[in-house]
Design a protein around this ligand. Sequence first.
Ligand code: NAD
Length: 410
Amino acid sequence: MQEMLTVDLKDRSYPIYSGTLLPYGTLIRKALPGVKELMVVSNETIAPLYLDKVHKELEQADFKVHQVILPDGEAYKTVDSYMQIMTALIEAGLSRDCALAALGGGVVGDMTGFAAATFTRGVDYVQIPTTLLAMVDSSVGGKTAINHPLGKNMIGAFYQPKAVIADLTTLDTLPRREIAAGMGEVIKYGIIYDSAFFELLEEQADLSGLLADKHKLAAIVRRCCEIKAQVVAQDEREGGLRAILNLGHTFAHALESYLGFGTWLHGEAVGLGLLLAAKLAQSRGLVSADQYQRIEALVRRCELPCAIPEAMQAEDFLRLMRHDKKVKSGTIRYVLPQGIGRSQVYADVSDSEVSAMICSFKQEQPAAEDPFNRQHPSVPAAGSCPSPQADCQKAGDRKTAEPLVRKVKP
Ligand SMILES: NC(=O)c1ccc[n+]([C@@H]2O[C@H](COP(=O)([O-])OP(=O)(O)OC[C@H]3O[C@@H](n4cnc5c(N)ncnc54)[C@H](O)[C@@H]3O)[C@@H](O)[C@H]2O)c1
């Protein structure tokens, strides 16, 4: 099974191949016709599973193959790992005519892309995503980055790959929790862009069923890539439309940062972020109660957390969201759904509005009753934090109300 679609960016257009048992060597040779030497970047978990196979196929396609294997985890999406890639490239004697291949999830993909963007001022690279999240999101669109201790993805570049090769058979070894996390991004596409896709997910998205049926999964991956490709083709550097891809992410980044990066998986935080964005939209009359229920039911069925960790208060969200990259002139900008299948960026949401939503959300959906809630042991116990009501009043005192800055059309 093999399908191909194109991210249309004129002279920087590239193919996304998805399917099963894809011929890595042939496809990468097609994407990098003149390249002789290739550095494959992977990590300690993925390399033992897939690197030998990829390495052999690349050699058969006439590449001289080098490897660098990084430690595993978001905690290693750092300047040290980036330097490890650079050192491997320089020690191997590579220069401008080499290329890189990212074999792994979003962490490996983002770091490899950034290394490619900067090694000798830019060399080509390809993405070989091995997580659902990377297949449907991070490998497509050219956002590359490493983390700074003070902020996620703070150092990076827009830099498009030459091809994306998403082989669904690699998902056979991916832990179920990681598959669920990928579904957080999958659901996002339905909400922001495609109500029919959302309905399809409502029919099909039970994880066991999807994992057992690669054809269904392939169709889902393909539709997500199509949507991302369409959005990126219209707005590569997030001047407008592309911002809708951040639905739920402003809340998600605050959650990840509060709990400590890696405590919740990124896609898990996105799942809850989708609910918070939808709840905010409901409070503004943009989403009906029924539509909210459908979003929540889908997030829950995909085994994603649906409750805010007990100790985390509205004030914590607001404090952390002020550091979000999307903040402009001190104003937090929220992507909010307009029903299911459309969304828009709003810059007129006041802190008190967000605070009230979070307080009522915590009351309606107590963390203790959420089977998928994952608390961090270092998060203080509930009694040591201010009550939601006290927190709501404090946060509500500040305001960032401003007129709508941007209208985006999917
Ligand atoms: N560039 C973008 O547009 C974009 C978009 C969304 C997310 N991201 C970034 O992506 C990262 C998250 O990506 P992720 O969810 O893929 O996490 P990840 O890269 O950490 O991978 C998740 C875990 O699964 C393991 N793994 C990967 N493939 C496997 C396989 N086939 N079998 C077994 N184990 C496997 C990894 O080693 C890791 O332990 C974050 O850093 C996030 O910022 C980037």
